[in-house]
Design a protein around this ligand. Sequence first.
Ligand SMILES: NC(=O)c1ccc[n+]([C@@H]2O[C@H](COP(=O)([O-])OP(=O)(O)OC[C@H]3O[C@@H](n4cnc5c(N)ncnc54)[C@H](OP(=O)(O)O)[C@@H]3O)[C@@H](O)[C@H]2O)c1
Length: 338
Amino acid sequence: MRSPARILVTGATGAVGSAVQRALDAAGYETYGVSRRGGTGERQYAWRIGREAVPDALRGPWTAAVHCAADTRWNLPTERAAEANIAPLRALLSAVGPETHFIHLSSSYVTGLEGTFASPSPDAYRNSYEWSKAAAERLLRSERESADIVRFPIVIGARSDGRLDRYSGFFWLPSALCSGAVPALVGDEKALLDMVSTDDVADHIVRTVAGGPPPGHRLSVLGRGDLAQRVDEVFDTILDSLNSWRAEAGVARLDHLPFVTPDQWNRFYLPFAEQYLDRAQLQRVTAFRAYQGYLSVTEPFAVTDRVADTAPVLHDSIRRWAETHSASARRVPRPWGA
Ligand SMILES: NC(=O)c1ccc[n+]([C@@H]2O[C@H](COP(=O)([O-])OP(=O)(O)OC[C@H]3O[C@@H](n4cnc5c(N)ncnc54)[C@H](OP(=O)(O)O)[C@@H]3O)[C@@H](O)[C@H]2O)c1
């Protein structure tokens, strides 16, 4: 009798890993989830990959390993980003055998500012997160003869109801719109802001596992590509969704914020802010600077697997965010002023 396929899923308590593990379970695989702190439920293990030895329960052999674990913060110093996103991959590669189908999750943004993940220089990327994810892809290609690499852009919730197990990164935006943390939207309103649902990634992983390991390095890029929503459409969707929830909650509508170009922002708003705003306001304004590079992408990602329309998913995901973060979603923005 053949034993069932055993699959290791790292980052299983995260936004993506939790959806991937659920989808693999539903497809009939025997999955083992790993995270730093360990999740609740069956076959969930704590293992700080790269810092601790492999727990006995997680010794192979594995049919497949799906590496979703990462630290997605953009502001880590490069050494810490390397510890967070390169060292765990190296440790995982030595823990699983060459017969294991290795599937590595990456970001569409690993091509950084120069359109390639090949540069070792942090200056070629928007931030240390992108740099470390690009370095991880290079490490994987040099260490293993066969692997799947799956890149995708911003992740939003489930297609059925917008559910997400963890909110990070991008969901700072609805929060910032409700708190009034930003006075204007800095970017190119006609730029592309590509997104995928957790289901798009999870379904792709299930198909990839079912197909078995590739003969070499296989790259998939998920997303909408040139059909991605434009930045102004994304903000309209976010605002519509927040305002429909706020109307039902009896909270005042949010107004549209003006768009300003990065050039206008850096030349006019920022020098003004630095002169006149208090420390807390200034901190919020400068935190927003990290998003500029993501709201100005005019070249579509070269997708290999185009996903279905994400606009309704974004609407539902924001609504779901409001339901689960009602204190933040209810806030009334404070007007800006010196
Ligand atoms: N979210 C996005 O918009 C997005 C976009 C493009 C690509 N990606 C990629 O998709 C993957 C999943 O991202 P995500 O958004 O799901 O991240 P997330 O929600 O922040 O979850 C990260 C997961 O990784 C675990 N983890 C981190 N470092 C670990 C370590 N050293 N050892 C063991 N577990 C560790 C965390 O465990 P704890 O919960 O215990 O901390 C958590 O389960 C990543 O490769 C990311 O680069 C994400």
